[in-house]
Design a protein around this ligand. Structure first.
Ligand code: GLN
Length: 232
């Protein structure tokens, strides 16, 4: 017979400081990703245990089976698809260049010659930063989390950072003292997916099924508007 003990519990890694997708408030993790994975779990009848960590550690923790999956604003890339399963897309983000609000010289990646880029380790933005570093002779400085890299630009220790557009838009909207501004168009159109261990097809199916259901029943839209109200 099915008992409460039979409900499967899966561990999901998440970025610790990534509003509006995941962040702490009053000692609790909240955000679009947190509500979304919980809504999917509810539809599909599993339990979620969150493991907040630095972004860089998330995919390796899935491949080494320390995590069953992760929801962390993870961009779906061909490179990542080779090592983890990635769900259907659930949010279109894309990367933006960010400078200090008083900067007037950087408008496009071509303006990065000899400049310093602050970036978060292990991200799609870091890949781009490495590319720009080589192509335009820029220096890349690596950080563990987004707040640290924003601070580096605000403090003039770096000229530019690269962050996901919805995340930096939210930051600038809710923090009048951020000292940051977005320049130019989005550099790409990355989509977010939920990552799952490649071998765990059962969980991947539950996630894609659950995602479809929460999109169809309005829960997904409700979650987005709960957190995005301020920045859109
Ligand atoms: N979307 C970006 C990536 O997947 C950044 C995610 C994050 O910093 N949490 O690399």
């Amino acid at each position: 017979a099915q008992t409460a003990a039979a409900v499967k519990k899966y561990t999901f890694g998440t970025d610790a400081t990534y509003p509006p997708f995941e962040y702490q408030k009053d000692g609790k993790y909240i955000g679009i990703d947190i509500d979304l994975i919980n809504a999917i779990a509810k539809e599909e009848g599993f339990e979620v245990e969150l493991k907040p960590m630095n972004f860089k550690g998330i995919i390796p923790a899935i491949t080494s089976k320390q995590l069953d999956g992760a929801i962390a604003g993870i961009s779906i890339t061909d490179e990542r698809k080779q090592v983890v399963g990635l769900s259907d897309p659930y949010y279109q983000a894309g990367l933006s260049l960010i400078v200090r609000e008083d900067n007037t010289t950087i408008k496009t990646p071509e303006d990065l010659k000899g400049k310093v880029i602050a970036i978060k380790k292990g991200t799609a933005g870091a890949k781009l930063a490495d590319e720009y570093g080589k192509k335009y002779g820029a220096t890349v400085k690596y950080f563990d989390d987004s707040p640290a890299m924003y601070q580096e630009v605000a403090n003039k220790n770096a000229d530019v950072t690269i962050e996901d557009f919805p995340v930096i838009s939210y930051k600038i909207a809710v923090d009048p003292n951020s000292k940051l501004k977005i320049v130019g168009d989005r550099l790409n159109g990355d989509n977010y997916g939920i990552a799952v261990s490649k071998e765990n097809e059962e969980l991947m199916k539950k996630i894609n099924d659950g995602l479809k259901k929460v999109k169809a029943n309005g829960k997904y839209d409700e979650i987005i508007s709960t957190y995005m109200g301020k920045s859109t």
